[in-house]
Design a binder for this molecule. Sequence first.
Ligand SMILES: C=CC1=C(C)c2cc3[nH]c(cc4nc(cc5[nH]c(cc1n2)c(C)c5CCC(=O)O)C(CCC(=O)O)=C4C)c(C)c3C=C
Ligand code: FE2
Ligand code: FE2
Length: 334
Amino acid sequence: MKPAGHPPIPAPKLGVLLINLGTPDAAETKAVRRYLKEFLSDRRVVELPPWLWQPILRGVVLTTRPKKSAHAYQQVWSEDGSPLAAITRAQGKALAERLAGDGVLVDHAMRYGRPAIADRIAAMKAAGCERILLAPLYPQYSGATTATANDAVFAALAAMRWQPAIRTLPPYHDDPRYIDALAASIEEGLAALDFVPDAILASFHGMPQRTLELGDPYHCHCQKTARLLAEKLGREVIVSFQSRFGKAKWLGPATDLTLADLGRAGRRVAIVTPGFSADCLETLEEISIRGREDFLAAGGEDFAYLPCLNAGVRGMDMIEALVRQELAGWLPVS
Ligand SMILES: C=CC1=C(C)c2cc3[nH]c(cc4nc(cc5[nH]c(cc1n2)c(C)c5CCC(=O)O)C(CCC(=O)O)=C4C)c(C)c3C=C
Ligand SMILES: [Fe+2]
Ligand SMILES: [Fe+2]
């Protein structure tokens, strides 16, 4: 019997928390400013001392960028809100259905904005999750994505008396299940086009060049994904890096310049974005809308953007397999 004053204790459960980057609550300047302020204040994202960066962020970036970015978000906003939010929600729901039979509670959170990591971790613990697998949905590891997502969870745990046990999903940039899912989805996308592309471009989100020199494996992970994908497809895959931010040198070659070169050369292009587990502003606006414009303006004619794995069956089969692998020893052996 519990002594008087003993708090209620729910039955112990396993939990999986899918984590993605985060997105504004609305495609409006104010909401975008709030989001960018949180995102770009993360010292894993902008690796400058706060005394130097915060005045630039507050005085320049947050007074100019939110309006422009809000306009970009408006181009891709849907009835369900931001594509990144809607797709991550759908991924969480699909995984929850797949793991419900094993008694696993699945939730999702965003590193910046909502649902906030601290809130979801607290809710999972309150629901009885004594063991939680964190699954940052970034195939390629970087300090600015995977590490900061895990940091935010550990910061939330620092405030908890009774912490759940934690595991983290490793990067899966070279996992055969990821490469096979990408290749199959690309083959399917190519077969549905009304032209035959003679160039496949894999565009990854960029990072400052300095992060590579400091030992971040992101660049190597992207290159390895592209090499394995090319081997699986049996054709060349050109690599480029998009979304340059700020004045520092970023990983190259840049996607916009590469697309212009391909347009000038009269190539027929299919572009994919294997580093994004969900379509978002960076794929739907920057690549599918602006990338196409860059390519056409340079004289190119045939351009197709092939979507991310999203919450489709192939992507979910892969996520389920990766998650089950990391739950080994926690889940009863089937
Ligand atoms: C997929 C991996 C990502 C890496 C690596 C990454 C690094 C990185 N990003 C910025 C700055 C911005 N990124 C923005 C949007 C954005 N970035 C990613 C993913 C990675 N970022 C995603 C999925 C998104 C889309 C979010 C959405 O709401 O759909 C933005 C905001 C948009 C804008 O104003 O352009 C910024 C800013 C830096 C500085 C960086 C590496 C250090
Ligand atoms: Fe980004
Ligand atoms: Fe490298």
